[in-house]
Design a protein around this ligand. Structure first.
Ligand code: ADP
Ligand code: MG
Length: 348
């Protein structure tokens, strides 16, 4: 009798232990790099080590790729515009090549040389302004991703015209997301989540095997209100919209994604887009998702949808100005429409 009780107790103990280890709280450090809060949820025995290594890597990526503070690799490239090639690291080389690739794929909607206009509009400064059309036209002459010279033999890059500026703002956070997943995997993490200001990447499922639930933000109600949810595993979910950074003047919203054809904030029929990339199909899921979210936001619903549907492993949620929500076919069973504001209409 006593033995039996011990056995039952032991059994209960081991079940609760087992239950406990699979449900153990994640390591959830918060950091701030690349102009955004970065949240992680890392599970498993190496969680702390992996999460901290990711923070180190985020810091490194910011230092190497920013154009908002001195130093790094992109500032020297921009400073040498019209003068000479400069050496770049493999990660910058990778992103410059990717950026050119997405320039082609988006027919110029994504343009990594948009820098002179981003700077002129000053959307990231305390004094944003609307440039004159003469100024915009003058600076547009400097914007053309095709002119960026990349020498993969010598690991150098060069901007041929004085005044040109490379701006990796549309792709660097996506890359950082993929780097985080690489570090998780290297540390035998099988369950992890990272959110870099709306650029989410999940590794595996949650520890109990459940899918991750990722909210799609309501572009007009940014206090955590959502318009729907995505249930996913091994996926990058990258959003772009006119709500991330903007200023208003005379009732007009001037946001931070510029149309390289006009030199002004893009005016497509979209107010938000969320690109969903299957990491088991697309290796650089988060990097590609980031370039695509910016591209599709500029291209608008029709052209954007065409582009997304032409790519394997890539899906999207589109939110239009007239408050309609569309998803591509691959998301029909992953997306749940759940508009807390009751303003949007789900078009199926
Ligand atoms: P967020 O950084 O808010 O997640 P995006 O990924 O869409 O949004 O990137 C927007 C940033 O990309 C801008 O702040 C700017 O630095 C840069 N950018 C703006 N317009 C373009 C464009 N057409 N192509 C490439 N980069 C752009
Ligand atoms: Mg982007």
């Amino acid at each position: 009798m006593k033995n039996k009780l011990t056995l039952i107790l032991l059994l209960i103990f081991s079940i609760s232990l087992f239950g406990c280890s699979s449900q153990a709280a994640p390591y959830s450090p918060e950091s701030f790099y690349m102009g955004t809060v970065i949240n992680q949820k890392v599970y498993g025995k190496n969680a702390k080590k992996a999460g901290d290594l990711v923070i180190d890597r985020m810091k490194e990526i910011e230092a190497s790729m920013t154009i908002n503070t001195p130093g790094g690799e992109i500032n020297p490239l921009n400073d040498a515009a019209g003068l000479n090639p400069v050496p770049v690291s493999p990660s910058v080389m990778f992103l410059l090549n990717k950026s050119k690739e997405y320039g082609e794929l988006s027919q110029g909607a994504f343009d990594v040389t948009i820098g002179p206009l981003v700077k002129e509009w000053g959307i990231f400064t305390d004094n944003p302004k609307i440039p004159s059309s003469d100024k915009i036209n003058e600076l547009l002459k400097l914007v053309d991703y095709k002119t960026l010279l990349i020498d993969t033999m010598n690991n150098t890059a060069m901007l041929p015209m004085k005044g040109q500026i490379v701006d990796l703002g549309g792709i660097a956070k996506g890359y950082a997301g993929n780097e985080a997943i690489r570090i998780y995997k290297e540390n035998e993490i099988t369950s992890g989540f990272i959110n870099l200001g709306g650029n989410v990447v999940v590794l595996g499922t949650k520890p109990d095997g459940a899918l991750w639930n990722i909210g799609v933000q309501n572009p007009r109600d940014v206090n955590g209100k959502i318009i729907g949810k995505l249930a996913v595993k091994d996926t990058a979910i990258v959003s772009s919209g006119d709500y991330e950074r903007f200023f208003e003047k005379d009732g007009v919203r001037y946001h931070h994604i510029l149309d390289p054809k006009t030199g002004s904030p893009s005016k497509s029929d979209l107010i938000g887009v969320t690109i969903v990339v299957d990491s088991t199909i697309v290796t650089d899921s988060s990097t590609d998702g980031d370039a695509l979210s910016t591209s599709v936001f500029v291209l608008g619903l029709d052209k954007g949808r065409q582009l997304v549907e032409s790519l394997k492993g890539v899906n999207a949620v589109f939110i239009t100005e007239d408050k309609k929500v569309y998803v591509t076919s691959g998301l029909k069973d992953k997306f749940t429409f759940d508009d807390e504001s009751k303003v949007y209409q789900y078009v199926q």
